[in-house]
Design a protein around this ligand. Sequence first.
Ligand code: 4AD
Ligand code: MG
Length: 467
Amino acid sequence: MEKIKRTFVIDLLKSADYGKNVCVKGWVRTKRGNKNVIFIAVNDGSTIKNIQIVADASKFDENLLKRITTGSSVCVCGVLVESQGGGQAVEIHAATIEIYGTADETYPLQKKGHSMEFLREIAHLRPRTNTFGAVFRIRHNMAFAIHKFFHERGFFYFHTPIITASDCEGAGQMFQVTTLDLKNIKKTSNGDVDFSEDFYGKPANLTVSGQLEGELAATALGLIYTFGPTFRAENSNTPRHLSEFWMIEPEMAFYEIDDNMQLAEDFIKYCIHWALDKCSDDIEFLCDMFDKELIDRLNFVIANDFVRLKYSEGIKILEDAVASGHKFEFPVYWGADLAAEHERFLVEQHFKRPVILTDYPKEIKSFYMKQNEDGKTVRAMDVLFPKTGEIIGGSQREENFEKLKKRAAEMNIPDKDIWWYMDTRRYGTVPHSGFGLGFERLILFVTGMANIRDVIPFPRTPKNAEF
Ligand code: 4AD
Ligand code: MG
């Protein structure tokens, strides 16, 4: 048979071109059969579904058929046939089979049903499982939907630096970036590390957020968003924290807190809608396998308005719950930073839908948030989701130069670190707002996976940077 162009499995399965000569390339998931006929399930990553190859054993070299095992890679050409067996619409009756690479009995993905923990240890191979194929296809689709959402609304994708010499966000411990020889550190006369010898001539870190630079762009281009990796060196070993995660940070000139909330709600709903629409095979698989309520939960979020609630009202609800006997591990009082258990109570038990919590005490939020008239609270907003908890953090920004300067001083942020940020308030300042969506938190919600380590290809967590 002459060489034919390869077709993706996803297209073959939709095709009704029976009798056509086709060619498929992929990895063998299973092989079964008898001495007369062999059935090979091939997956090429384009879809969660496999295509069934039927090979007449008498037409092939016995040795070749033996070398086709789970995990091996093949090119199969043959005739597309309407399938007789149940479970699939079409199959290929093989005319030629070429093996690219064999996989012997040491291939770790021989059988189904490995634990998530085991699969994390073989994160280099886990994309070849149904589960991780589904998660990573959804992850791609979410990234695409995010760019589409913003592009359609006139936002510009703006690239903020990964390496930064400022830590004004206060979002947590930073990873230091240095080319100094750690075995031979030069000190200044007063005993400090001599950073003048370092690559940038001063201490530098990996960014925890692109927001501050994003604000520079929004106060020029109007509407911008960032989408890139961010790094936090905090020692959080939870199913919701990574030390390297991706964040989407839109920043909008002339937006006040209500506009900000509406954008966040529209944005998340758009992404979930996209996932249900474009990733239905993968989502149905994950729903069947891990989380029977997944699809209902996704539809529910799209169909219902998010609750808008002030922090003070939230505290009141939690205090009432405590008064009527509900036990929390952490204390509830005005001024406390909410723990995951408090957020989940509001979302899952009290309102039973996503909640946007606003107007937090200024002490537990960043210096740049717009100060309310009461002198106690700031115009912060956190979007809280069922199961996932906090998915978005954001705020209206303080645009008043004097107020911002005073708050920065109170929080011991040196002017030498933020003089450039302050310039946005010095020259043509405008009301503006923005937020950050944790990309992996979104993927957690959309896939129904239980652990954030299973929605990013190569998770980075304390004591873990393999692969
Ligand atoms: O609430 P955060 O710290 O907000 C900011 O960084 C602001 N500068 C955003 C802005 O206004 N432009 O982080 C934003 C979101 C959180 O709501 C959460 O979804 C996610 O980022 N996030 C993490 N995701 C995974 N692992 C971690 N360690 C995370 N820390 C925050
Ligand atoms: Mg936050």
